[in-house]
Write a protein that binds this ligand. Sequence first.
Ligand SMILES: Cc1cc2nc3c(=O)[nH]c(=O)nc-3n(C[C@H](O)[C@H](O)[C@H](O)COP(=O)(O)OP(=O)(O)OC[C@H]3O[C@@H](n4cnc5c(N)ncnc54)[C@H](O)[C@@H]3O)c2cc1C
Length: 460
Amino acid sequence: MDKCTIKITILGAGISGLATAFWLNKDGFDLTVLESKNEPGGSMITRYEDGFLIDYGPNSGLETTPLIGQIVEEIGLKDEMIYAAEKANKRYILKNDQLHALPTSPGAFLKTKLFSTKAKLRLLAEPFVVKSKEGYYQSISEFVKRRLGKEFLDYAINPFVAGVFAGDPDRLSVKSAFPKLYRLEELYGGLFKGLVLGAKERKTRAEQSKQSARMFSFETGMQSFPRSIAAKLGDKIKYNCHVEKVVKSENNFKVLYNHNSKSEEIISDVVLSTVPAYQAASIFDDKENPLFDHLNKIYYPPVKVLYLGFRKASVGRPLDGFGFLIPEKENKAFLGAIWSSTIFPFRARDDLAAFTLFIGGARSPELLDNENEKLVHNVIEEFKKIMNINSDPIFIKKMLWPKAIPQYSIGYIEHEKYFQMFEMSNPGIFLSGNYRGGISVGDCIKNSELTYKKICKHIT
Ligand SMILES: Cc1cc2nc3c(=O)[nH]c(=O)nc-3n(C[C@H](O)[C@H](O)[C@H](O)COP(=O)(O)OP(=O)(O)OC[C@H]3O[C@@H](n4cnc5c(N)ncnc54)[C@H](O)[C@@H]3O)c2cc1C
């Protein structure tokens, strides 16, 4: 089959769309990527202002798959790739207004004041805890409370879920949000047993666990990644093209989009959607199938990113880690902070320190309803107190993500099953993006290769 005669249209030039386009382009397919904004990257937005390099979306990625290195190498970005400073391995959790390092060794675990002796002893029971009958419909909270105890949920998992999903562990499905954790119980009967035995399996797949994978970014920020893939694709990407509808005809699809206020269309053999679920809902809106409902039910809470620059001399505590996360029980107005210029120096001048704070999420979306300057003021004051900072920030930037990250809520399995079924009964349409198969940059890259293979299988 002559691949260059197969027309493929990809909706969305975030990392999911671009990485899939990258694989398809190498094969010589006739490709068009339609993107509604005037730049590539989607959630990956980097800006450079007053000497500060600001990532408003992902600050880094984890190199959980060799596919990341492969793409980076082939788009000529290898020399720009940077890894997190060694000290960023240390992560803090706030408890009683104090920052406690998350223990990374058995000795540190025994000594930490983050967990009580009772909670530490409770962990010893984990290998003997039996599987739950709830199966797919368990929340992360239920799973963790049962296996590891309530204190571990409150002071390790609750803040962790806020850090990854801006999510609420009571509402997220353990099976869909943390499938690997869920699998450890399913396959090996427990987390500790699974961590030891599962290591062999990962080695065979050449994958890195999220705990051991290296954290990467680029000298000029995360958006360099999608920008460089986009440069490789050249004029196959069309910007300012807002896709409105995909209409099925007998042998192909009509993709209708708005380009600079003009209606245009592309006839395509294959359509891959990588736009967020709520956008895909209106594009594929068809009253005869329940796709609209499945896509539209996926909850995306708002998140406000607050980027702060301070004089280093005014920061009264050592900057010796990745940052800190705040358990819900601590009752603060924000979710946590990344010490951006500690993880990747050159994010700010040597005498300055840059931090990225996160507000809202599924834990407290109401904070961002009709919010005013008071919220930001309160967050800055809380942050200064925790960090022992004795002056005001010299640089403040904010960005609101009204619909930030898809929440893999309890019952998500129903959406997952439906999306699979929909693709089978609508050959030629593929649904991808961070609402399927994981929200991290690494997961989006892994999924891009799977999607590419699915498309190739369909075509041949
Ligand atoms: C604030 C924040 C912080 C994060 N931090 C991290 C982190 O540190 N590490 C990590 O691994 N992950 C992080 N993530 C998650 C990760 O960045 C995203 O899950 C991932 O980038 C999503 O990529 P995507 O291509 O699937 O979707 P998107 O990036 O959302 O891309 C979708 C694209 O589709 C376009 N589009 C939408 N509608 C239309 C339409 N109708 N027509 C045409 N185009 C359309 C959009 O403009 C966009 O460019 C973070 C996310 C956010 C929001």
